[in-house]
Design a protein around this ligand. Sequence first.
Ligand SMILES: [Zn+2]
Length: 244
Amino acid sequence: MNHTTPLAGAVRDAFSALLDLVLPQLCAGCAGPSGPLCTGCLTLLQRRPHRCAPRPGCPPVWATGPYAGHHRRVLLAYKEGRADSLAPVLGGRLASAYEASGLAGPDTLLVPVPGRGPPRDPHAPVTRLALACLARAGGPAAGTVLPLLRHRGRPRRQAGLGRAERLANREGTLVAVPPSRDRAGGAAVVVDDVLTTGATAAEATRALRAAGIRVAGAVVLAERLAAHGEGIRAEGARRFYEPS
Ligand SMILES: [Zn+2]
């Protein structure tokens, strides 16, 4: 699923859209009959966005909820083939975090963390979220989605690593392409699905700054919270583009 060609991805998306037409959609939150998300589950998602706990190397980050329970279930459903039906809902939630950040504006560059597919793939899960977020936040008046980040070499696995290992493992893995001259003055807001140790957001920030781009903040759907004061546990908090 992760190393699909654009054609295979398009076929999969078309097949998934076809299934959505012929099968009744279950709710991604509770598996009830009123999909893609029933009213009760949608209400559960609509928490007030929060500012995440600081992570080393990260700009201020806003999240729409915790990476746990209901939020996590819906995110995993998005990842596991329900992007078409859930992107508008999750994009709307991300827009609430973006608006809470106070960073939305016509010059702001929303920069998605890249997936494992080809650069600038508009179907990459995080790019889709960023596009849906911007549409809900007001379109061009609220910013521009610019996939400026690329993997340098093959992405490395992060799953199962601790915080220090993740930071070291990530460093130098992303590179940013400077935006065109007419966009060069805008500040960047990094977009990702989940914030765990912050290693990915920190690396995205480092790469953007290295390319001369100011990074004002980041928005994510879910923050993995520290458990019992032990620091942030990495296991089980995979990103969309990591091999499972
Ligand atoms: Zn439900």
